[in-house]
Design a protein around this ligand. Structure first.
Ligand code: A3P
Length: 304
């Protein structure tokens, strides 16, 4: 099956999820060629659920003994270059670069759903961190992002049109429920392998979630670090207000050749969907969530 995508290309149903032709060859090369190491950290998200934030937090956390926040590479290089996407940066267009020169812990990101991850990610002791965002805000974020990137010679797609597609699952890496459930169920089965975080918890109780994250990754904060306020420093540095002001994040540079780097830092709030969805749209998505996620134990948080 094929559908009109939200940018200029088509999206295709590949196995059990939708992908654009732009990333499909990258996904296949990633599946075939990536060899995970036990010390790797793989960050997984559904697009627009806070990947940029998670990348900055994990990068800062695991490198905190090497770089202070004054001289972290995040001040000079955008975080998507420091923590690349496997399918759309590293293996893009089917390329297969050597990765053995990257110092450990290697931190990578991907949007590929659990069943389609390369076997070595599952069979080694590398860690998976999944960041989930409520699909209401996730959709609004996705729509803003893709309409900003959509070629100007094409008419913009309406919120209603994209919402309908999102509710049926037909958007890049959708359906969102399959994406969430793959990692949610895995995190229940194997909590030492998969840490399941929620964007909303990260906003409300950032320090607590950062401690969870650091413990899970094997980089716990010491008592001394806690006393010295290291967690708060990293948290503040990685906040949307601070990140969007960093030179590499407002330089006009492109990420993945088609997205303006500044477009990764929009509002960063919980509940923005209330400014955009009509009551009947919200009802429809609530029903999808109940039908698809009900009984899974995964409880989403919709309000700020
Ligand atoms: P909004 O469009 O709702 O503002 P991704 O990084 O997966 O592409 O997700 C982008 C979303 O995360 C955007 O959401 C963006 O504003 C938000 N975001 C980016 N950096 C953030 C940060 N440091 N803290 C919180 N949210 C952030």
């Amino acid at each position: 099956p094929r559908e009109r995508g939200w940018l200029s290309d088509y999206i295709y149903l590949y196995k059990d999820f939708w992908v654009t032709s732009y990333v499909l060859t990258g996904i296949i090369s990633f599946q075939k060629n990536f060899q995970a190491k036990d010390t790797d950290i793989i960050l997984v998200t559904f697009p627009k659920s806070g990947t940029t934030w998670l990348k900055a937090l994990v990068y800062s956390m695991v490198n905190r003994k090497i770089f202070s926040l004054d001289n972290t590479p995040l001040n000079a290089t955008n975080v998507h270059d420091l923590v690349p996407f496997l399918e759309s940066n590293i293996y893009r267009n089917g390329q297969n670069p050597g990765l053995s020169g990257i110092p450990s812990p290697r931190v990578f990101a991907t949007h590929v759903p659990y069943p389609s991850l390369p076997e070595s990610i599952k069979s080694t002791t590398c860690r998976i961190v999944y960041l989930c965002r409520n699909p209401f805000d996730n959709f609004i974020s996705l729509w803003h992002f893709l309409m900003r990137a959509r070629p100007k010679d094409l008419e913009p797609l309406s919120l209603e049109y994209c919402f309908d597609k999102f509710c049926t699952g037909a958007c890049g890496f959708g359906p969102f429920w399959g994406h969430f459930l793959g990692f949610w169920n895995e995190s229940l089965k194997n909590p030492n392998k998969v840490l399941f975080l929620m964007y909303e918890d990260m906003k409300m109780e950032n320090k607590l979630q950062m401690k969870r994250l650091a413990d899970f990754l094997g980089y716990p904060f010491s008592e001394n670090e806690e006393k010295e306020g290291v967690i708060e420093e990293i948290s503040k540095f990685c906040s949307i207000e601070s990140m969007r002001d960093l030179q590499p994040n407002n330089s006009g540079n492109k990420v993945l050749e088609r997205f303006d780097v500044a477009s990764f830092f929009r509002k960063g709030e919980v509940g923005d969907w209330m400014n955009h969805l009509t009551p009947s749209m919200a009802d429809r998505l609530k029903k999808v969530v109940e039908e698809k996620l009900g009984g899974s134990g995964l409880n989403l948080k919709l309000f700020g």
